[in-house]
Structure formats: C-alpha cells, structure tokens
Design a protein around this ligand. Sequence first.
Ligand SMILES: Nc1ccn([C@@H]2O[C@H](COP(=O)(O)O)[C@@H](O)[C@H]2O)c(=O)n1
Ligand SMILES: C[C@@]1(CO)OP(=O)(O)OP(=O)(O)OC[C@H]1O
Length: 161
Amino acid sequence: MTPFRIGHGFDVHALVSGRDCIIGGVNIPHPLGLDGHSDADVLLHAICDALLGAAALGDIGKHFPPSDMRYKGIDSRELLKHVVALLTDKGFHIGNVDATVICEAPRLGPYINSIRENIASDCQVDTDFINVKATTTEKLGFTGRGEGIAAEAVVLIYTHL
Ligand SMILES: Nc1ccn([C@@H]2O[C@H](COP(=O)(O)O)[C@@H](O)[C@H]2O)c(=O)n1
Ligand SMILES: C[C@@]1(CO)OP(=O)(O)OP(=O)(O)OC[C@H]1O
C-alpha cells in the first residue's frame, strides 16, 4: 500500500461590506470582507478540505457544521489546527501544500509570506513545504467582478511504512 495520499479542496466566500478580509490568517486591508459563519478564511477552508480529503475524513462542513454556534466567527486557524490533529491521530504527516487564491483584489503579493508562515505553523511543517499563489480571472466571472474570492488547494500527506 502506498504511503502517499493526495487531497484537493475548493472554497468560495462572498465579498460584502462590514466584514474583515481574512486570508490565510492575515487580515488584509480591503474595503470589503469575506462573509461566512466563521471568519470566512476561504484559503484555510480550502486547505482544511484538501487535508480531510486526503485522509478520507469527509469535509469541513461535516466536522464544523455551519448550524453549530460554536463556530460562529471562529478563527479558521483553529479549524486548521483541529484538522491537522485529526490527521496526526490517524498517523498522517503533511508532505506539502500548494494553494491558489483567485481574486481581482486585494493584491496578495505583499502578504504571501505571512500567509505561508501561518499555514506552516498550523500544519507543523517548514515554510518551504507551503506554497500560496494568487491569480485574477482577468475581470471575468464572479471573482473578476469582485463579488467573491475563491481558493483551491492540493496537499500530499504520507504515513511512515
Ligand atoms: N489578487 C491577486 C492576483 C494576482 N496577483 C499576482 O499577479 C500575478 C498576475 O496575475 P494574473 O491573474 O494576471 O495572472 C499573479 O501571478 C500574482 O503574482 C496578486 O498578487 N494578487
Ligand atoms: C467553516 C464553516 C464553520 O461552520 O463555516 P463558513 O464560514 O460558512 O465556511 P464554509 O466554507 O461555508 O464551510 C462551512 C463551515 O464548516
């Protein structure tokens, strides 16, 4: 049996007024913020889903139901740390994470390294194993119109033979 498993995650949150724009645990200055039951950290949610998928542990809504008031406004770094603990309990280690945030604005370049450091810390791996990219959709679609932000993540996890 192979010791390697991969997982994929995808998430979208709407951009609205009166909310913070928290991406990868960094509160990014922007006139609009991300709407959701939690802090709506679209990138960390995609990474949680990728990790849960790789470990065949379902998805984020199964573990942290949006109907549960314990998760109202929760810092998604707490969700990510919980997911990492679930994987650790099953004997999995995180190999690497590669993620893409899809939005016209805000520009993420200045924040990418802080985001990587947050994810690396929560995943208990070196920052070298965490990559975060940003792309626009050339003003096309809901991301292009600034109505929301999407994120995708791919992870590799492994067990020791
Ligand atoms: N929100 C974003 C989007 C993009 N970037 C950076 O710009 C580069 C070019 O983006 P394209 O969509 O035109 O391919 C991209 O590779 C990122 O480095 C960004 O910082 N923030
Ligand atoms: C993260 C959770 C926590 O209740 O709430 P939301 O902030 O609504 O985020 P979503 O990506 O829709 O995932 C569902 C939930 O698990």
